[in-house]
Ligand binder design. Structure first.
Ligand SMILES: C[S@@+](CC[C@H](N)C(=O)[O-])C[C@H]1O[C@@H](n2cnc3c(N)ncnc32)[C@H](O)[C@@H]1O
Length: 210
């Protein structure tokens, strides 16, 4: 087991299962932010029925499960084996939904599937060097495919690599430059304001494969 896998397994030990229903009474939902019942929904991902969707760093699988209920053909990839096991146990009964244990770089370098949507919610985009990740994401996406992700906002580029968990956290304008240079267009990057009582908003980035 690598140190990164060990670190994510320790993180997973503290993970709480998602509530059975949200404030609206729904049993599945997609949440881009770190706050419950807050922020935009899946509509930013465009049409989902019959579309191939990849979540990078899928964790509990709850966000991806929602997209499967909407008719998407879904794959979640996560570095931590216990996350794959938990997601499969909770959501594996849904059709067209699979969870895979892998580093997203290895997964994207070997898979042959072409995805219509690739996204990450506080997931692997935040923890993977974009110099390696963005070309692989683009290569595995359909033309006009949607790439979207969220992580904590930052005013300045903040890279912490070489630790058990490395992090690549960029401000909105830097993400726009990186994505444009990597062959994406229609790039938007905005901060979703925190709800009342919340301390930080959420950086939410969307782009189209050019
Ligand atoms: C902060 S958690 C977020 C999980 C989930 N997206 C959510 O919103 O609940 C980050 C997840 O990304 C996974 N992860 C981190 N680096 C990864 C990588 N290089 N490849 C695949 N998964 C990764 C971790 O194992 C962990 O489950």
């Amino acid at each position: 087991m690598t140190t990164a896998v060990e670190a994510w397994e320790r993180y997973a030990e503290k993970a709480q299962p998602r509530r059975p229903t949200n404030a609206a009474g729904a049993t599945t939902w997609l949440n881009w932010t770190q706050y419950a019942d807050h922020g935009p929904d899946e509509s930013a991902l465009g049409e989902l029925t019959g579309r191939r969707v990849l979540e990078m760093g899928s964790g509990s699988g709850s966000n991806l499960a929602h997209l499967a209920t909407l008719g998407a053909i879904c794959t979640g990839v996560d570095l931590a084996p216990s996350r794959t096991a938990a997601a499969t146990a909770r959501w594996g009964h849904l059709p067209s939904l699979e969870f895979v244990t892998a580093d997203v770089i290895d997964y994207l370098a070997t898979v042959t599937t072409v995805f219509d949507v690739i996204y990450s919610i506080f997931g692997a985009v935040w923890f993977t060097d974009p110099a390696s990740l963005l070309p692989l994401v683009r290569r595995r996406m359909a033309p006009d495919g949607v790439f979207a992700f969220s992580h904590l906002p930052t005013a300045e580029t903040c890279i912490t690599s070489g630790r058990a968990i490395s992090k690549w956290q960029y401000p909105a304008e830097r993400w726009k430059q990186l994505l444009t240079a990597a062959g994406f267009d229609a790039v938007t990057a905005e901060t979703i304001a925190a709800p009342t009582g919340g301390q930080q908003g959420t950086l939410w980035v969307r782009a189209r494969r050019a």
